[in-house]
Write a protein that binds this ligand. Structure first.
Ligand SMILES: Nc1ncnc2c1ncn2[C@@H]1O[C@H](COP(=O)(O)OP(=O)(O)OP(=O)(O)O)[C@@H](O)[C@H]1O
Ligand SMILES: [Mg+2]
Length: 262
């Protein structure tokens, strides 16, 4: 069973989607198959993977809504990236954050049980920047949470909050859930950010990955063009491609040793 990794932080804009896509790109470069489940109604991962949300016949919302218009197997489709499949999102998914159905957070996990996951090296779940039922759905479905933050005071506070959310979910809803790591993204070399990184490492120790992702314009450019990082040859893309390869190897090792709940 591959690790099912919820890439999460309730703080917006820290790089959850970029890390999801960077790990998917690294899997693809290695010849691994990856499944990306887009749980964000903004559908940024879906779009970057070359699928227009309005053109998707079925989306994750069809698995989660009470009407259950499709099974997860019907929803998963090949993306424009070699070796990467996607369960696309759409704006309608925002209705699920207000959906009070008691079993809602478990529907995606149930849906995954009907999928042959062995063909994937990893399942990546891109979570929305909210503390609602979609985040719960992602965490309940996951074997591990990978937390992403920027090196700011707000970002670090966000990590404390999401860590508490993960602990609550592990305690009450999904006992096997573990935090695989914390990734610093959009790192700029300022004294302020040096200080915040030191603070994060002091608080969370080896949970913080050695790989730190710098701010590079090549990343938004690649995703706007629906291309994996690594498909362009400029310096920023080369730096990030190598770092995502290292991060992917580290995350696979962390999820293997932390024990993957079945
Ligand atoms: N390392 C980076 N270098 C440069 N730009 C980046 C980097 N990481 C993310 N960005 C850009 O910052 C913006 C926010 O990133 P992203 O969408 O990945 O964050 P997010 O946490 O998924 O946001 P949301 O909370 O809205 O889902 C995007 O425009 C993205 O391209
Ligand atoms: Mg996002």
């Amino acid at each position: 069973m591959p690790a099912r990794i919820a890439v999460a932080n309730q703080k917006g804009g820290v790089g959850k989607t970029s890390v999801t896509l960077g790990l998917a790109a690294a899997a693809s470069r290695r010849g691994d198959r990856a499944l990306v489940i887009d749980l964000d109604p903004q559908a940024n991962a879906t779009t970057a993977l070359g699928i227009e949300p309005d053109d998707a016949a079925l989306t994750v919302n069809d698995v989660l809504a009470v009407s259950r218009a499709g099974s997860l197997g019907d929803v998963i489709t090949a993306s424009a990236w070699e070796g990467v499949d996607v369960a696309p999102s759409t704006l309608d998914l925002s209705n699920r954050d207000l959906d009070g159905a008691h079993d809602l957070p478990f529907r995606l996990r149930e849906g995954l049980q009907g999928i042959d996951l062995e063909r994937y090296a990893v399942v990546l779940i891109d979570c929305p920047p909210s503390v609602g039922r979609l985040l719960l759905t992602g965490l309940v479905t996951a074997s591990h949470a990978l937390l992403v933050t920027d090196a700011t005071a707000d970002g670090l506070r966000g990590i404390g909050n999401v860590e508490s959310t993960v602990e609550l979910v592990a305690k009450h809803m999904s006992p096997g859930l573990r935090i695989a790591g914390i990734v610093l993204n959009r790192r700029r070399h300022t004294g302020e950010q040096d200080y915040r990184e030191a603070e994060l490492r002091e608080a969370f120790g080896t949970l913080v990955t050695d790989v730190v992702l710098p701010e590079r314009a090549a990343l938004p450019a690649a995703h706007a063009a629906a291309q994996p990082i690594g498909s362009t040859a400029n310096e920023g893309a080369r730096v990030l491609t190598t770092l995502f390869e290292d991060l992917y190897a580290d995350v696979l090792a962390r999820t293997a040793t932390a024990g993957v709940a079945s």
